[in-house]
Design a binder for this molecule. Structure first.
Ligand code: COA
Length: 317
């Protein structure tokens, strides 16, 4: 089977920084409570002129520029999000127009909440095969600040906005594995029966925590087994950045090397589908990703959904 490899990333963060101290003035909470329970110190919120689509376009432009490819090389554009400004046009179609991607290629959004980026990458993998294409543009982006009840301290401290983009190449003989799953549950809920219903995010935090610590190590082990790799073969594990303690549980459970698990929730909070590509972008920017490295990306979240992907970082063409 052909696999995906990562060629280049892009990222975009909105203009407003919201610290734990800022939230303390908004709800009955404290910096100490938020940092010890979640590891989050600040998050970014969209300003009036920003939304998940504007962030996606910025991140996509950067990933394309870094990839060394042209718009014509991209066989499909898939966006993972649960906070698109409109149900249609999709964010992917907005990206198609903004970047001038050829019109004879598919562009659409997927919603698998915080597992969205893995679902979108898996979809791109399948589509590249179906369409006989070589390169895919995959984006994760969110404006969760627009979906939160600012008076609910159990959720408003957790989430943030942002976007990350990736250009993938379909290649022969590369280490690659994907696992995806779903279990219908109301443990995390956002929006209502109609697309225009803006019911805010609610969550059974404890149930989600239990789900996450059970799911993450299992997803990681599955992609390792399927690609006949071990943890020692991985340069990095890039988990969905919901909560530092969830990642610590995973490290403990697997007796893993903590320094392999990238963490950035202290600066971003939980950005749902954007969290993994934002992390990949930061790692590329800071030189942590080096050509030839093998990585695992693990997501989990609303739906409930989960997903894991093992792949290599190739760097630009
Ligand atoms: N500030 C201060 N106190 C808060 C608070 C806040 N922001 N949010 C909740 N509390 C209070 C609760 O009201 C409760 O008070 P009580 O004991 O008087 O009833 C107390 O803190 C403990 O609440 P609890 O919900 O038991 O805390 P917890 O240790 O389970 O931590 C989460 C809460 C949300 C941090 C934790 O459950 C979690 O991380 N869950 C996973 C969430 C997640 O990652 N979701 C996204 C998945 S994609």
């Amino acid at each position: 089977m052909k696999g995906l490899r990562l060629l280049a990333t892009g990222g975009a963060l909105p203009g407003r920084v919201v610290t734990n101290e800022d939230l303390r003035r908004q709800v009955d909470t404290s910096d100490e409570w938020i940092t010890t329970r979640t590891g989050i110190r600040q998050r970014y919120y969209c300003t009036e002129n920003e939304d998940a689509a504007t962030l996606a376009i910025t991140a996509a432009r950067q990933a394309m520029a870094r990839s060394g490819l042209t718009a014509n090389d991209i066989a499909c554009c898939i966006v993972a999000t649960l906070s698109a400004p409109t149900a249609t046009p999709s964010i992917a179609c907005r990206v198609q127009a903004a970047l001038g991607l050829p019109e004879d290629r598919p562009a659409f959004d997927v919603n698998a909440a915080c597992s969205g980026f893995i679902y979108a990458a898996a979809t791109a993998h399948g589509l590249l095969t179906t369409l006989d294409g070589q390169y895919a543009l995959v984006i994760g982006c969110e404006a969760l600040s627009r979906m939160m009840d600012p008076t609910d301290r159990t959720t408003c401290v957790l989430f943030g906005d942002g976007a990350g983009a990736a250009v993938f190449e379909l290649a022969e003989n590369v280490p690659f594995a994907i696992t995806l799953g779903a279990r219908g549950s109301e443990a995390i809920r956002a929006g209502g029966p109609a697309a225009c219903d803006t019911a805010p995010i609610t969550m059974d935090g404890k149930a989600v925590f239990r789900f996450a610590v059970e799911t993450m190590p299992r997803c990681l082990q599955t992609v390792l087994d399927r690609s006949q790799k071990t943890l020692a073969d991985l340069a990095w594990v890039v988990c969905h950045q919901a909560n530092s303690r969830i990642i610590d549980h995973c490290i403990k459970h697997l007796h893993a090397e903590p320094s392999k698990f990238y963490k950035n929730m202290d600066r971003h909070g939980n950005t749902s589908a954007a969290s993994i590509p934002i992390a990949l972008h930061e790692m590329e920017e800071s030189g942590l990703l080096r050509p030839g490295q093998t990585l695992a990306c693990i997501g989990f979240g609303g739906g409930l959904t989960w997903g894991g992907m093992l792949l290599t970082y190739e760097g630009r063409k």
